[in-house]
Design a protein around this ligand. Sequence first.
Ligand code: ZN
Length: 249
Amino acid sequence: MGAPWLGWSCGECRYCAAGRENLCPFARFTGYTLDGGYAEYAVADARYVLPIPDGYDSAAAAPLLCAGLIGYRSYRIARREMLGNRLGIYGFGAAAHILIQIALRDGMRVFAFTRPGDYETQDYARGLGAWWAGGSDQTPPEPLDGAILFAPAGETVPAALRAVDRGGVVVCGGIHMSDIPSFPYSILWGERVVRSVANLTREDGAAFFERVRLFKVETHTTPFPLEQANDALEALRTGKLHGAAVLVP
Ligand SMILES: [Zn+2]
């Protein structure tokens, strides 16, 4: 079993009642307001854990529970608005390397945006099947139908709005982001939408794990011993590793 980010919700507030327990103000989160995210053993509420499908060992499954899930919720929400199959992904890290595999399976054409000048990550994205890869300051060769932002950089919001066509959607998948620079209304006009995504519901978890059960996602992981958690965070922050870092107790 795997314990995802959402570890508990109240079940009684108006968000829980509306099926949006991801917004529950009383929700508790693994490794944040619930102990056990950085430990050898943890107690988890059985109603919130997810069965790991066959074919995934612990290291391969770990990124599915966080990066995989938030990416999938972002993707589902983007797809509801998208009029075509041109999907931009800004920030090509742990979430993106899982999501691209699912999006390609759905017939999406993925346009990967990295930090300007990060040619290595652009090659990595192309190797995973990206239709096009470039810097977040670049204009894609054709307009996009939707974009998902995993990069915590506020300037990617107006960049993505400029890249999406009329009716396009820009979904911000991160918890934090630097301030968004001001931008002209003209890049939002044409019924373009900007929205954020927060946490996950159990329904997202069930849907995502059903997908990865039917279709094996290859996760690229770099293991770190639990004692080296800070080194793992530093490697992620500086973009030194591709895919996901996994702490091994
Ligand atoms: Zn609630």
